[in-house]
Design a protein around this ligand. Structure first.
Ligand SMILES: Nc1ncnc2c1ncn2[C@@H]1O[C@H](COP(=O)(O)OP(=O)(O)O)[C@@H](O)[C@H]1O
Ligand SMILES: [Mg+2]
Length: 314
């Protein structure tokens, strides 16, 4: 779907992006991660031609982007950024409708699309459609920014630290929303962040960048298991690695299942869909080495033993 071959970007003499090659398959959620100034945003902005690359080639669905009119290219690619870029004097509805209007959709279809997107982002249309950006909280504004990026139903979504300015709780809820939306609409997403935890949580593939180059690209699991060098290891948080790895696995991947669910349990318990990291934390807190595992209705469906965590193969 998106193919970068030996792409470089020079600003004056400085190499912001240095000979990177990267293929992002359809439906992937590819996260570019690295410290500030390593060339993530530049890479993203070359894909929608907001920045022209200096060398190499970029293809979308096999077509060289230099052969595509930049305006037309950008209408087919959603773009969401940290500062949202919402027009302050336009309502939420009008802001979301920018691309559909540029695409010449009939008014009724635009209205329906805005409503559908507000619902998808869990913003009640009756309440939010007529609001102005200054009347929104940071989290709501980011939701509108994501809705706008999705509005023209693009196949590709580029997201540049879209949740970077949010408090941790709002950020987590938007990350969960993005994962849910991605399950529903299956876009090809390139997501930029400097936050490795965000990358581990969201990515189907993580691309680690340093000084304009790609140092490693792998699944979150593989990255944690085998960081290519000390830089990646450090970015992964060194001694926290064990916990981060446990954060990627679900309790039901390791529990002993009961033959059939029993009635509701009281006391310390963990949900089957929670992470092994959360289970470990609960065990530490309650000083216990096993936990009943429950389903959404609170019925016990299994048991998780600390031993199972300890004897898990690497
Ligand atoms: N328009 C520009 N003109 C000159 N230098 C730039 C420009 N944009 C980015 N740079 C430089 O390119 C490098 C990579 O920047 P950027 O892609 O924004 O990094 P990141 O998004 O990873 O923080 C940095 O050294 C930055 O200063
Ligand atoms: Mg950036």
């Amino acid at each position: 779907m998106i193919e970068l071959s030996n792409v470089s970007k020079l600003f004056d003499q400085a190499r912001a992006v240095d000979d990177i090659s990267l293929t992002v398959a359809t439906g992937e959620l590819c996260v570019l991660v690295g410290t500030s100034g390593c060339g993530k945003s530049t890479t993203l902005r070359m894909i929608n031609r907001l920045i022209a690359h200096s060398a190499g080639s970029i293809r979308i669905d096999g077509r060289d982007i230099e052969q595509i009119d930049p305006q037309q290219l950008r209408r087919g690619i959603g773009y969401a950024i940290q500062s949202t870029g919402l027009f302050p004097h336009w309502t939420v509805a009008r802001n979301i409708a920018v691309v559909p209007r540029l695409l010449g959709w009939p008014a009724e279809r635009v209205r329906q699309r805005v409503e559908e997107l507000l619902q998808l982002l869990e913003l009640a249309p009756a309440e939010f459609a007529g609001k102005y950006p200054r009347q929104l909280s940071g989290g709501q504004a980011q939701r509108v920014g994501v809705a706008r990026a999705l509005a023209g139903d693009p196949d590709i979504l580029l997201m540049d630290e879209p949740f970077g300015a949010l408090d941790p709780i709002t950020r987590e809820s938007l990350q969960n929303e993005l994962l849910r939306i991605q399950q529903q609409v299956r876009k090809t997403i390139v997501f930029v962040t400097h936050d490795m935890d965000e990358a581990l949580k969201l990515a189907s593939r993580i691309v680690v960048m340093d000084k304009g180059r790609i140092v490693q690209q792998d699944s979150p699991q593989a990255l944690l298991a085998k960081p290519a060098n000390a830089f990646v290891e450090n970015l992964l948080g060194g001694q926290e690695r064990g916990l981060k790895q446990a954060g990627l696995l679900r309790v039901d991947s390791l529990m002993q299942a009961l033959a059939r669910p029993t009635s509701a349990v009281t006391g310390p318990r963990i949900k089957a869909t929670d992470s092994l990291r959360q289970a470990l934390s609960l065990m530490l807190w309650h000083r216990c080495s096993s936990l009943p595992v429950v389903d959404d209705q609170g019925r016990q469906v299994g048991v998780l033993q600390l031993d199972a965590l300890m004897s898990r193969p690497q």
